[in-house]
Design a protein around this ligand. Structure first.
Ligand SMILES: Cc1ncc(C[n+]2csc(CCOP(=O)(O)OP(=O)(O)O)c2C)c(N)n1
Length: 173
């Protein structure tokens, strides 16, 4: 089979592969903990790793990402120490919400990740705001926001897409 490697070096391809495998290994561990009843819930992104990993790797570390519930690859590519991530998901101190909860709905300014808004749709508008802020500050940065089919049936989604287009915002959805 002819593999189209574009102009990527062996080192770049190996790095991409490692970044793809890392969230898969984390997920497999989380699914075991879920079945053992040690975890309340987990949203699997198995098979979708490349969506998050590719997006995160295309960005600079100081560009904001607004992930959804299946975007573990965003967190792993940003190199958040695993002990902090697992502490967060297990509701232990040392995570990002000091053990107050054990969900994916957390953000961290340190890693330029905005915590997911539970309601599908509204975080697209937040991405517009971040992108507008970057334009006003003349920062040449992109912003990535994730949304699924669920969000696409919400009015917030359509307003945000419209605003991004009308204001020519550097938002990737
Ligand atoms: C406005 C709103 N309605 C309903 C929900 C409940 N809810 C959470 S995730 C989800 C499904 C999301 O579907 P999709 O975006 O296609 O992603 P998937 O989970 O299928 O990967 C729903 C309906 C919600 N969070 N917000």
């Amino acid at each position: 089979m002819n593999f189209d490697r574009k102009d990527l070096s062996n080192d770049q391809l190996i790095k991409l592969y490692h970044e793809l495998v890392r969230p898969r290994i984390i997920e497999e561990k989380m699914l075991v903990l879920l079945r053992q009843g040690k975890l309340a819930k987990w949203f699997s992104g198995i098979g979708q790793e490349a969506v998050s990993v590719g997006a995160a790797m295309a960005l600079h570390q100081d560009e904001y990402v607004l992930p959804m519930h299946r975007n573990l690859g965003i967190f792993s590519v940003r190199n958040i120490p695993l002990n902090r991530l697992f502490s967060q998901w297990m509701g232990k101190p040392g995570g990002f919400t000091n053990g107050r909860d054990r969900s994916f709905h957390f953000g961290t300014q340190e890693y330029k990740i905005i915590g997911m808004i539970s309601h599908l749709g509204p975080q697209c508008g937040i991405a517009d705001g971040i992108a507008l802020g970057n334009i006003l500050k003349q920062n040449n940065k992109a912003t990535i926001v994730f949304s699924g089919d669920g969000g696409a049936s919400e009015g917030d989604f359509h307003e945000a897409v419209n605003v991004a287009a009308v204001w020519d915002l550097p938002v990737i959805l």
